[in-house]
Design a protein around this ligand. Sequence first.
Ligand code: SF4
Length: 468
Amino acid sequence: MNSDKPREECGVFGIYAPEQDTARLTYFGLYALQHRGQESAGIAVSDGRRINVHKAMGLVAEVFADDALITGLRGKMALGHVRYSTTGSSLLANAQPLVVHFQHGMMALVHNGNLTNATRLKEELCQRGVVFHSTTDSEIILNLIAGYKRHNLEDAVIKTMMDIRGAYAILIMGDGKIIGARDPHGIRPLCIGVLEGRYCFASESCALDVIGAEFVRDVRPGEVATISAEGLSSLQSVSGSETAHCSFEHIYLARPDSTIDKVNVWESRFRMGRQLALEYPLEADLVIPVPDSGTPAALGYAQTTGRHFAEGLMKNRYVGRTFIQPTQEMRENSVRIKLNGNEHVLRGKNVVMVDDSIVRGTTSLKLIQLVRHCGAREVHMLISSPPVRHSCYYGIDTAERERLIANNMDVEGIRRFIGADSLYYLSEAGLRAALRDRDYCMACFTGVYPVPPPRDQCKDSLESVSDC
Ligand code: SF4
C-alpha cells in the first residue's frame, strides 16, 4: 500500500550520556523512527576519540537482532540512523552513520534531507582529489566538514552550511561532542531532548518519549546546537531565510504522536479533517478512514459534520516489507492482504472515505473497488491535502513529476480513474489553516520551492548523488 505514498528518506538520533548505555538508548530511539526508513540501520558510538560503528541493510530489529551487537558498542555518546533508499542506491556503502578518519581524528555523521547543489559540490570535491565511497550527498557534507576542520568543529559545520543548499538535519559526532544542525529554512525536523541532565537529538519527539527523555525544544532553522560534557550550547549560523517546515510531515510522513515545530501531528491531521468538513459537508451514512494515516482526518471530518465514524477498512499490522508473492489468480485480491474491507460495516451504505494524499492513484482505485465489493452503494473520496503535482527535492520520495496523477489529470479525470462517485481535495488555504497559518513548505502542491531545485530539475539525475 505504501508504494503509492511519498516516502520519508531518513531518521536520525544522537545522545551524549556517559553514565548510560548510549547504544541501547539509540537502538530504541531508532526503533521509534523506523517509519522514516526501512532499508538500512546503524549505530556509531564514541569514547571521545575512537568511533565504532555497526550498520547493515534491514530494519532496526533485524540489524541488531543479536543483543551482543548492542552490548559491544560502548561509548559515552552515540549516533543512529535509519534509511530508506531510492531505486539503485540500496547499498551497504550508503548506510549510515558515515565515519571518516582524517588528520584531526575520527568523525561520524548522520543526515536526513537532500542537497540541491550536490552535483556541483561533488564535482568540485572530486577535482580536489576527494574519493567517495558512497553515492549519498551525506558524504559530501562529511567531506566538506573534514576539509574545513582546523580547530573548532562548530566553525567547520558553519562554513559547510555556507556551501550547501537544500534540506538537511544533520548530526556530527567528533571532538567529544555531538553537533546538530538544521538548514536555514528548517525543512526537515530535528528536536532536542534531555534525559537525567544529558542531552539528545532526534528527528521526531516520539523517539524522545520512547527513551524517557523530556522534550526541550526544536533545533531552530539555521541553528548549530552542541551537546557535550558542558551541556547544551548553541550558535546561529546562516539566518534571515524564511521558515519552510515540510507540510507533508504533518499530512502523512511523521508519527501522529510526534510534535514537530510546536505542532502536534495528530492534532494537525484532525484539523485537516475539520477543514475538509467546512469545505465539503457531504451527505453520507458513514465516514471511514484509510488506515492509519487517514484516521485523525476522518475523525475530524466525522465530528465536525456529525456523521457516523466507522472502521470500514482493517489493516493487517503484521505485514512485513516482504512476503511470498501471491499467485496470478490471487493478484486481483492482493490489496486485501494488507487492507481488508468490513462488509458488515459497509453494505448498503453511502460512504465518505478519507485519505491523506493521492500520489499515483493506483491504491485509491483498488480501495474504492474493495469498498464497493463489500457492498457500499456510493464511495465519496476526500483527501486531506491538495493535489500533489510537483516532485520533492528535499528528501521525500514523491516519484517523478510525470508519474504524479495530479500532474497528468484534473480532479474530474482522477475521480474517473479511481472510480469514486465524487472526489474532493483540501484547499491550500484549508491546509494552511490546519497548520495554524505558519510558514510551511507546500512546494509539492504549489510548485513554489523555498530553495531552487537543481538546475536540470531531473529527479533521476539528482538521485545518482543524493538520496537520503
Ligand atoms: S516539497 Fe512537499 S514533501 Fe518536499 S519538503 Fe516541501 S512539503 Fe515536504
